[in-house]
Write a protein that binds this ligand. Structure first.
Ligand code: NDP
Ligand code: PYC
Length: 338
């Protein structure tokens, strides 16, 4: 088998940024979008790494995202800060609002960021890591497009609706989890389809509601929520909070807007930021120290914390670069020449 080619994180970032710029994405947004994609690759989270470039370019070509949208921040001084992404990518909108969100959470203890009318193709850990770096706990969530059947049903209705949580820790890395509320992200199934490998049992049903390990049949059928009725309920909560409550698309509307799952979903997103120091003030206890006791006890049992794999992959990539296969390099080169 051919040896992979190693490329530095910075040089991959420069290449991906320039691919987006040459497709009309305004430079500041191109960097925001590329940074999250390259970070996915750097952290070896392939389902939201460079494979997503193609999807982003497809929505640009289909006119379903506004590449030069300028996010507009609306801060009325209350707990809820809004940023209108104007039909553009979600990452630039988040980047435009994160400092205001963090400042408000520090001021009031709890603040919410509503991102309106965005295309959220990406992973959410990035949002919660940015807030943890500012000393805040956070929850981030968004709907997707209908591809998951509620537990007990057979029809795709819910999205893969990701949810991420971040908690600040002393030291370089926060506590972070970030996952699809489906058993696996849809991107994982797509990667199996491309590699022509079966998906594990329990991920999806075919269009007749029968269990399947065939990625094509799974993509044409319905994915399953993680944890049965519990994941189904959490996914429903994401639809309600980040769709219905915001007055933004729910997964079904996002699917209708896109006309299918081949285009990435457009909708809103909700990010809650909480200041642990404010919440704990009257208790006289140090929430971060309390958190450390719990997290050390988890690790002390030999259990791994979520994101430990990600942080280890990140350290490797930052020191030794990112290994890309010939096929991935060829795809990058194709995007650069288009
Ligand atoms: P994974 O199942 O790969 O990982 C979920 C989380 O669990 C990660 O924080 C991971 O940490 C952690 N984890 C995994 N294995 C263990 C373990 N054995 N012990 C402890 N923790 C563990 O994620 P998904 O495939 O569900 O989602 C991948 C990405 O897709 C997410 O970033 C999500 O935001 C994104 N997504 C985006 C959507 C969108 O519409 N924008 C839709 C759906 C998903 P680690 O990374 O260290 O393994
Ligand atoms: O991987 O499920 C997924 C996904 C949907 C939209 C963006 N990512």
């Amino acid at each position: 088998m051919a040896e992979p080619t190693v490329i530095s994180v910075d040089s991959l970032l420069a290449r991906v940024t320039s691919i987006f710029e040459s497709c009309g994405v305004r430079p500041q947004s191109a960097v925001s979008v590329a940074r999250v994609i390259v970070a996915g690759e750097r952290d070896h989270c392939k389902s939201h790494g460079i494979y997503r470039i193609e999807g982003c370019l497809r929505v640009i070509a289909a006119g379903k995202v506004v590449p030069d949208a300028v996010p507009v921040l609306q801060d009325t001084g209350r707990a809820m800060i809004e940023v209108d992404a104007g039909g553009g990518f979600s990452n630039p909108a988040f980047d435009a609002a994160v400092d205001a969100l963090a400042a408000r959470a520090r001021e009031t203890g709890l603040a919410a960021l509503v991102i309106r009318d965005c295309l959220h193709f990406s992973a959410l850990w990035h949002d919660v890591e940015a807030l943890a770096a500012r000393g805040l706990a956070s929850l981030s969530m968004c709907p997707s497009y209908s591809s998951v059947a509620p537990t007990g049903g057979k029809e795709p209705l819910l999205g893969t609706n990701p949810i991420a949580f971040g908690w600040p820790r002393p030291g370089p890395h926060p506590y972070v989890f970030d996952f699809a509320t489906s058993v696996a992200a849809r991107g994982e199934i797509e990667l199996h389809r491309r590699a022509d490998t079966p998906i594990p049992e329990g991920w999806a049903m075919d269009k007749d509601g029968n269990p399947t390990t065939d990625p094509e049949a799974a993509l044409a059928g319905a994915m399953l929520p993680f944890g049965g009725h519990k994941g189904s309920a959490i996914s429903t909560m994401v639809e309600l909070l980040a769709g219905a409550m915001l007055g933004e698309f729910m997964s079904k509307e996002a699917l209708e807007f896109s006309g299918g799952t081949s285009l990435l979903p457009r909708h809103g997103a909700l990010v809650l930021a909480l200041d642990p120091a404010t919440f704990a003030a009257r208790s006289g206890r140090d929430p971060i120290a309390e958190g450390e006791r719990l997290l050390s006890a988890i690790s002390g049992q030999g259990a791994r914390l979520p994101s430990e794999r990600r942080f280890a992959a990140r350290a490797n990539a930052l020191s030794g670069g990112i290994a890309l296969s010939d096929a991935e390099l060829a795809q990058l080169a194709r995007f650069e020449s288009e």
